[in-house]
Design a protein around this ligand. Structure first.
Ligand code: GTP
Ligand code: MG
Length: 693
């Protein structure tokens, strides 16, 4: 079978993501899959900077995954498209967009820690898209590994139903084999060498009892969902392996239960056995509900897989390849992308030509004539398609739901080192912005400074390093700043009247708007005009003028969020009224609101999980309160304390080095953006003062 043609029928395709907390071993796991499937002939280790999937220089230098990388491999007549995602919270956009286009995932846990904070985040993202998941408990070779604790943490921390399908023989340095609880067969590894296959052995005596219990547990859990198995379990009869596999597959695909598997990617254990389960349990594109698009009249359209159906594909990622230029990654839901044809970009309302199509294998490309239904591939040279756009047939225009990304919470001023770097810098930043939907670039209107903004310090640092190294731009960045927001706390009715009588034609706009707090619900505009006191054609300009003014802020120049504005009164002038005059009037109404509605500054607050040895607990807790943080809870984990706290992001810059010095290098932490909260008055005064300087 050739790799690129349709000889792989839809039911033999698996589109899966690998997701987890940072450092759980996703990339190491993916490297093993590539090796066992014969895709690579030598295993590259992450810590040597040699992993196939972490090919970007920044990834190799830092030993972490930054961008999701796609590859394709083949197992037992199936084609598996895999996307290895990053675990660091600053790159969750990569996880979000990957999960958006995948049919299933493998969640990797670090067997020493079980479910970790970022696992919770990516797990929730996957749940949002109803993605079936297998859980791989990795690093069972490591000291402190605890398989059953890790499995239990799935229920405790994620609230998810799980079922243990394989059980480890030995842990840490003793980890030497795996029992398959469906077939009740044990396999022992005689070597860490990946080319030496495990041999079947009898279930060791000391594991018999536990494995029998877990086998029963597996049948009982399945019997909750299947009457035949229930009857057999009740009657003391053993269901066949085929029967168990069939039901296990159904409940996995229906997201009712998450099967759990043990292993050590690094020591080449458990991955090959899991490959079988990936093929056997995870859905093909036709086992999941078809993608739903929206046509031009707002009706739902099901995009049923099939090469002869009209095209529906979602562009989910743009990268710039040094050799061939702009690459647009797309998932094809129905129909096919065919080289040499035109497709409709429904979001932009334009046609684009598919001049060249490729399948991606990490950073290697393979030219193909078509990307078929259910497939994932990349288009070379599309000019006007951005992340989230739908490609379709001109005869059936539709849009698939766009991908939502987090808003920036921090920013940094950036300056070219010399005048000659200015243009180069702007062009390069725009390329990075195109690749990363959470990376923003704009000019501060007041200061004229160029600003880059994003979701975390690491993300900005990686992008700035890429500017310098990959694009050879000499630039200097300022200290990171928190992206504050503004909102109001009181309801009030505010008039904005803009009247200018200068000789001939004048200007006249007059609106009265009720502003109300709209916490967590964003901006809402209601047209409550009756009797045409503000003519219809000036309603939209009023809304636009208001939104525009909101970006400039009310007290300290930060964007205004979470307000409801009801336009309910005003007046007009037969000759002098204009769109521009109503825009001005709306911004004057917002100025009025700044006086009447008790405006406040909001700051991003992050949820932080800090692990510290007991000895330093007091110091770390004291430091949290000095950062205006609030400790929410604590628990003990292996002689260490795990602290959960909420801390304003503004006080978290450089925390890693502070924590290290407080704990003699032994403390670690992770943080994720949680919410926006009002800053205390004294802090607000400081912020306003700094802004006005
Ligand atoms: N002992 C042990 N170490 C492992 C295992 N799997 C991975 N590691 C090590 O853990 C570190 C992190 O592994 P990665 O594969 O980069 O983890 P990741 O989940 O891809 O990390 P990010 O992509 O940066 O989130 C590396 O040093 C690996 O060698 C394992 O099974 N056992
Ligand atoms: Mg990785």
């Amino acid at each position: 079978m050739s790799e690129e043609d349709r000889e792989y029928p839809l039911e033999k395709i698996r589109n899966i993501g690998v997701m987890a907390h940072i450092d759980a071993g996703k990339t190491t796991f993916t490297e093993r899959i590539l090796f066992f499937t014969g895709k690579t002939h030598k295993i590259g280790e992450v810590h040597d900077g040699a992993a196939t999937m972490d090919f970007m220089k920044q990834e190799q230098d830092r030993g972490i995954t930054i961008q999701s990388a796609a590859t394709t491999c083949f197992w037992r007549g199936h084609r598996i498209n895999i996307i290895d995602t990053p675990g660091h919270v600053d790159f969750t956009a990569e996880v979000e967009r990957s999960l958006r286009v995948l049919d299933a995932a493998v969640a990797v846990l670090d067997g020493k820690n079980g479910v970790e904070p970022q696992t919770e985040t990516v797990w929730r993202q996957a749940s949002k898209y109803n993605i079936p998941r297998l859980v791989f408990v990795n690093k069972l070779d490591a000291i402190g590994a605890d398989f059953e604790m890790s499995a239990k943490s799935i229920k405790e921390k994620l609230g998810a139903e799980y079922v243990i399908v394989e059980y480890p023989i030995g842990l840490s340095s003793e980890f030497r084999g795996i029992v398959d609880l469906v077939k009740m067969k044990a396999f022992e590894y005689k070597s860490n060498d990946p080319t030496v296959l495990p041999v079947e052995v009898g279930i060791p005596d000391e594991y018999k009892e536990r494995c029998d219990e877990l086998h029963q547990e597996l049948l009982e859990k399945l019997s909750n969902f299947d009457d035949d198995i229930m009857m057999k379990v009740l009657g003391g009869e053993e269901p066949s392996v085929e029967e168990v596999m069939k039901v296990l597959r159904e409940v996995t695909i229906a997201n009712k239960i998450f099967p759990v598997f043990p292993g050590s990617a690094y020591k080449n254990k458990g991955v090959r056995m899991l490959l079988d389960y990936i093929v056997d349990l995870l859905p093909s594109p036709i086992d999941v509900p078809p993608a739903v698009g929206t046509d031009e009249d707002g009706n739902d359209v099901e995009c049923v897989p099939g090469d002869d159906k009209p095209l529906a594909a979602l562009a989910f990622k743009i990268t710039t390849d040094p050799f061939i230029g702009r690459l647009t990654f797309a998932r094809v839901y129905s129909g096919q992308l065919k080289a040499g044809t035109y497709v409709r970009n429904a979001n932009k309302g334009i046609n684009e030509r598919l001049s060249r199509l490729v399948l991606m294998h990490a950073n290697h490309r393979q030219d193909v004539d078509a990307i078929y239904s259910g497939g994932i591939g990349a288009i070379v040279g599309l000019k006007n398609t951005s992340t989230g756009d739908t490609l379709c047939d001109e005869s059936r225009p539709l849009t698939l739901e766009n991908i939502k990304f987090s808003d920036p919470v921090i920013s940094e001023a950036i300056e070219p080192a010399s005048k000659s770097d200015q243009d180069k810098m702007t062009a390069a930043i725009l390329k990075l912005v195109e690749e990363d939907p959470t990376f923003h670039f704009y000019t501060n209107n007041e200061t004229g400074q160029s600003i880059i903004a994003g979701v975390g310090e690491l993300q900005l640092d990686v992008n700035v390093t890429r500017l310098k190294e990959d694009f050879k731009v000499n630039c200097v960045v300022g200290a990171p700043q928190v992206a504050y927001r503004e909102t109001i706390k009181k309801t009030a009715e505010c008039q904005g009247k803009y009247v200018k009588q200068s000789g001939g034609h004048g200007q006249y706009g007059d609106v009265v708007i009720r502003f109300e707090p709209n916490s967590g619900k964003g901006f809402e505009f209601v047209n409550g005009i009756t009797g045409g006191v503000v003519p219809k054609e000036y309603i939209k300009p009023t809304k636009d003028g208001l939104q525009d003014a909101m970006t400039r802020g009310m007290i300290a120049g930060y964007p205004v969020i979470d307000i409801k504005a009801t336009l309910f009164d005003g007046s007009y002038h037969d000759v002098d009224s204009s769109e521009a005059a109503y825009k001005m009037a709306a911004s004057l109404a917002l100025k009025e609101a700044a006086k009447k509605c008790d405006p406040v500054i909001l700051e991003p607050v992050v949820k932080v999980e800090i692990t510290t040895p007991n000895d330093y607990l007091g110091t770390v807790l004291g430091d949290i309160s000095s950062r205006r943080g609030q400790t929410e809870g604590m628990n003990t984990h292996d002689n260490a304390q795990v602290i959960n706290a909420y801390i304003p992001l503004a006080n978290m810059f450089g925390y890693i080095s502070d924590l290290r010095s407080m704990t003699q290098g032994r403390g670690i932490y992770t943080m994720t953006f949680d919410h926006y909260a009002e800053v205390p008055k004294s802090v607000a005064a400081d912020i306003i003062k700094k802004r006005s300087e």
